[in-house]
Design a protein around this ligand. Structure first.
Ligand SMILES: [Zn+2]
Ligand SMILES: [Zn+2]
Length: 391
């Protein structure tokens, strides 16, 4: 066997063409209908049976289905983000205000590339391989993994190991980054309504000013990280939006704050949530305002990689070719893949795409985000390599 990375050269142009097609037609969370149809038709065209409508727009392809061996699942996410693309590429988003700025277009293309490679080697697979194309990863709450799991994607045959790949401009092109144990945070969104009493801007003593009180809430919330949470514990609290008021001389009735809390442990998570609530309420009470605090339900759990599976993947990637295989740091972002990892051990790893010469220097979620397409072949080969050699 020539090696899966060399073999992947045969499919490189297909992978890039699929990626560009999806990039041109990005779809937001829960609206991935065209992408899902493209995935299903591509799978069928290479002879892989595809099931659609799993947990919404999810698609599942299965290889070597009749095998009694252990089942491995590989996952890609399909959704784009609500921002206007500013990057100068020929296949720039044709949809205003929607862009594949997190590289999920590349994830779909790489997993389809892996499917092409695996189809050629189907008789060498030691068990069934499920190819999971999930919707709504960027949603942050209900997401797409949970509904797919609810529809049985991890059962029948039961998934023994699950793997996912994310493209990232944090790491240089031509390298992989892995980490055993917790890798990505749990992202809890909150909303705080500061309920004052409006009035004339010239007479604040006759009102309860929610703008002033909200400003105090924002600064006091930072005291949670500096005064309550163990300094060696990873923790972030950010207030990211403030809304209230209509004019320079009207004190409004109400101000709404929204923000996010990122944690890595269940204890810190529940403590941070209850402190956010108590600090906001007591500041509001001390200035005479009412206060409502709510948290988005179903926030993603912490993404926890299995130590043995991660070590095994690290060895496989090193053997696959002369790529950099480095250690990933903790990431305060959240990932819906965490839910698959609650059902089966596995690992979520990164493929670097930072390339100064090609101008691929902007972070994921930037309107200028671009990808070094030369790495897509590596990503596709890595997924196929795992499926062929993990067990
Ligand atoms: Zn993202
Ligand atoms: Zn992403």
């Amino acid at each position: 066997m020539a090696g899966i990375y060399s073999e992947a050269a045969e499919f490189e142009s297909d992978i890039i063409a699929i990626r560009r097609k999806i990039h041109l037609n990005p779809e937001l969370s829960y609206q991935e209908g065209e992408t899902a149809a493209l995935v299903a038709s591509t799978l069928e065209s290479i002879g892989v049976r595809a099931r659609t409508g799993i947990g919404g727009n999810g698609v599942v392809g299965i290889l070597n289905a009749s095998s009694e061996g252990k089942c491995i699942a590989l996952r890609a996410d399909m959704d784009a983000l609500p921002l206007e693309e500013m990057a100068r590429v020929d296949f720039k988003s044709a949809r205003r205000g929607v862009m594949h700025a997190c590289g999920h277009d590349t994830h779909v293309a790489m997993l389809l590339g892996a499917a092409m490679l695996l189809k050629k080697h189907e008789d060498e697979l030691r068990g069934p391989v499920k190819l999971i194309f999930q919707p709504a990863e960027e949603h942050g709450g209900r997401g797409g993994a949970g509904p797919m799991i609810g529809d049985g994607v991890m059962d029948d045959p039961k998934v023994a190991y699950v793997f996912g790949l994310h493209i990232s401009s944090e790491y240089p092109s031509g390298s992989f980054a892995l980490r055993s144990g917790p890798i990505m945070a749990s992202p809890d969104s909150f909303r705080i309504r500061v309920k004052g009493r409006g009035g004339h801007g010239s007479a604040p003593h006759k009102s309860v000013d929610p703008v002033f009180i909200a400003a105090n809430v924002v600064s006091s919330l930072q005291g949670i990280s500096s005064r309550f949470i163990d300094p060696v514990e990873p923790f972030v609290l950010s207030v990211c939006s403030i809304h209230g008021g209509t004019k320079d001389n009207i004190i409004p009735d109400e101000v709404t704050l929204e923000g996010t809390i990122r944690t890595f442990s269940a204890r810190t998570r529940s403590r941070a949530k209850s402190l956010t609530s108590s600090v906001a309420k007591s500041i509001c009470r001390s200035f005479g305002a009412g206060c409502e605090v709510s948290f988005m339900e179903d926030a993603y759990p912490v993404t926890v990689n299995d130590a043995r599976a991660t070590a095994r993947v690290r060895t496989l990637l090193k053997k696959m070719g002369s790529f950099g295989v480095t250690d990933a740091g903790l990431i305060m972002g959240g990932e819906d893949f965490s839910r698959f990892l609650q059902k089966a051990p596995g690992t979520f790893y990164f493929l670097g795409t930072r390339n100064e010469e090609k101008g691929c220097i902007y972070p994921n979620h930037s309107s200028m985000f671009t990808v070094d397409e030369d790495v897509l072949r590596m990503g596709a080969a890595s997924l196929a390599e795992i499926a062929l050699n993990f067990l």
